[in-house]
Design a protein. Structure first.
Length: 210
């Protein structure tokens, strides 16, 4: 996304048929709160999405205007490596945030309970726009709180579609402070979660070449 031409091309494709419904929904959320939020990168596909990668809130790496593993920050780079390692194609996964609106600069990325609760309804409406998804991989404490709230609420749509929730490490540098051995354990936990979600969904893995 650091390349201006590539970023402009993605911007022009933000309402492409494979992602239009999701990004039109982002426009609706923007209007509802008169507050900005990023679009989802059009490399993803709402019809083919099987797995939702759930993060906390738009962080410092979304100057591109997109939630994307192609963003130019260490967290996005780590996610790109994770997807590559497990062989997960972008059309089969889609990112979303517990709190979809920008708050990073105001709160240093931390969410309060009210914001987590406020993010529940947008998440459920987002889930409706990825009708074949049946797994949420929750990265970090805020995302864990959200998936636990979903479990506690026993929402019919979530139960009917057989959603499975996975609680894994956040991908920020701060979350990965630790020895090389600890980092490997955290990564293996993330690999295992995505691998299991892919297996449940019948997704064939791309061959890892990293």
């Amino acid at each position: 996304m650091a390349d201006n031409i590539h970023r402009e091309q993605q911007w022009e494709r933000r309402y492409a048929p494979n992602i239009e419904e999701v990004n039109r929904f982002c426009d609706t959320l923007k209007t509802q709160k008169s507050r900005e939020l990023p679009y989802v990168d059009p490399i993803h596909d709402s019809d083919d999405c099987r797995i939702i990668s759930l993060f906390s809130n738009p962080g410092s790496g979304v100057e591109s205007g997109f939630l994307s593993s192609e963003n130019d920050d260490s967290s996005a780079a780590r996610m790109a490596e994770i997807y590559a390692h497990v062989g997960l194609r972008p059309e089969h996964v889609m990112p979303w945030n517990v709190y979809p609106w920008y708050v990073y600069d105001e709160q240093k990325g931390k969410l309060d309970r009210e914001q987590i609760n406020e993010g529940l309804k947008p998440l459920l409406k987002f889930v409706q726009r990825v009708p074949r998804a049946s797994a949420i991989v929750a990265h970090g404490a805020d995302a864990h709180k959200m998936t636990r709230a979903l479990t506690k609420a026993a929402i019919p749509t979530i139960r009917r579609r057989g959603f499975k929730f996975y609680e894994v490490r956040a991908t920020s540098d701060r979350a990965f402070i630790g020895s090389a051995d600890k980092q490997e354990v955290w990564l293996q936990g993330i690999y295992g979660a995505y691998g299991d979600a892919m297996s449940r969904a019948g997704i064939a893995q791309l061959k890892y070449t990293g």
